[in-house]
Design a protein around this ligand. Structure first.
Ligand code: MG
Length: 263
């Protein structure tokens, strides 16, 4: 704020106080509303847009899958890593992080292969499970799908919280182009007796477009039936090897920043 604007603002406030005949406003000072602590931690942003900030846990930087295991048997993840990319191997099933997380900010980039075939849910289907609550597809899935001119149920297209919240917009790029997700995940909070205290909440930015705005989840995302919660703590993040017959998708540049819990 420049000095001129400050002077104008303060003068205007004093004038208002005179008009109102009140001295309370005139006695307050700008310093009364300044906060000096706690001081936010210094986080050095990446040199390149989309890169991991200094406090990020890098989950995939193009080199190896050391941070990931197979969901089936917790053996080292064996999807294909080549040329800096991670490509789904559908025969190997889902993979998840070795580490467990609570609340976090997640960045990941993914690409539907050029020339992909299939339709609806059978066209470039994958997904990111924000907390893996069990084997297979158990957890809370933000859908990944080829949603560029590919019709399906709207709460199952890219950017959907699967079968709970359709995206606010379809921001899909064409197959062959890299796409980004920036996700803020607030894990559900459970009481000591296992009942729900606070539902999970999520915000998703897809290719720079807000597609989920702090929505509350009704429970785990499920293919059939109604969602529900079952108490859990910190959990891994999971990527989906969907069984659709279309060509597998690829990932790159995956990192996460842990956030202080809400409660
Ligand atoms: Mg999926």
């Amino acid at each position: 704020m420049g000095a001129g604007r400050f002077a104008f603002g303060w003068g205007a406030m004093a004038s208002l106080a005179l008009v109102a005949g009140s001295s309370a406003c005139a006695q307050s000072k700008p310093q009364d509303t300044e906060a000096w602590e706690p001081v936010p931690p210094v986080v050095t942003p990446a040199a390149q847009a989309g890169g991991p900030p200094s406090d990020a846990v890098v989950l995939f930087d193009g080199r190896d899958l050391d941070q990931w295991v197979s969901v089936r048997d917790k053996s080292p993840a064996a999807w294909k890593v080549e040329g800096g990319l991670l490509t789904v191997d559908k025969s190997r099933g889902n993979i998840e992080t070795r580490r467990s997380f609570g609340d976090y900010q997640l960045h990941l980039e993914w690409r539907i292969p050029e020339g992909i075939t299939g339709s609806g849910q059978g066209r470039g289907n994958s997904g990111v499970f924000l907390a893996s609550t069990g084997a297979g597809d158990r957890g809370y899935e933000v859908q990944i799908l080829d949603s560029f001119e590919n019709e399906t149920y709207v709460n199952g297209q890219t950017g959907a919280v699967y079968k709970q919240h359709p995206p606010l917009a379809n921001a899909a790029r064409k197959p062959g182009e890299w796409q980004t997700y920036d996700i803020v995940w607030r894990a559900p909070v459970f009481k000591t007796d296992g009942t729900l205290a606070e539902p999970a909440r999520v915000s998703v930015v897809h290719n720079g477009v807000l597609v989920q705005d702090d929505v509350a989840l009704a429970g785990e995302t499920v293919f059939i039936g109604k969602p529900s919660y079952k108490a859990h703590g910190r959990l891994p993040i999971k990527l989906q090897a969907h069984g659709d017959p279309s060509a597998p998708i690829s990932f790159r540049n995956i990192w996460v920043r842990e956030l202080p819990p809400r409660l």
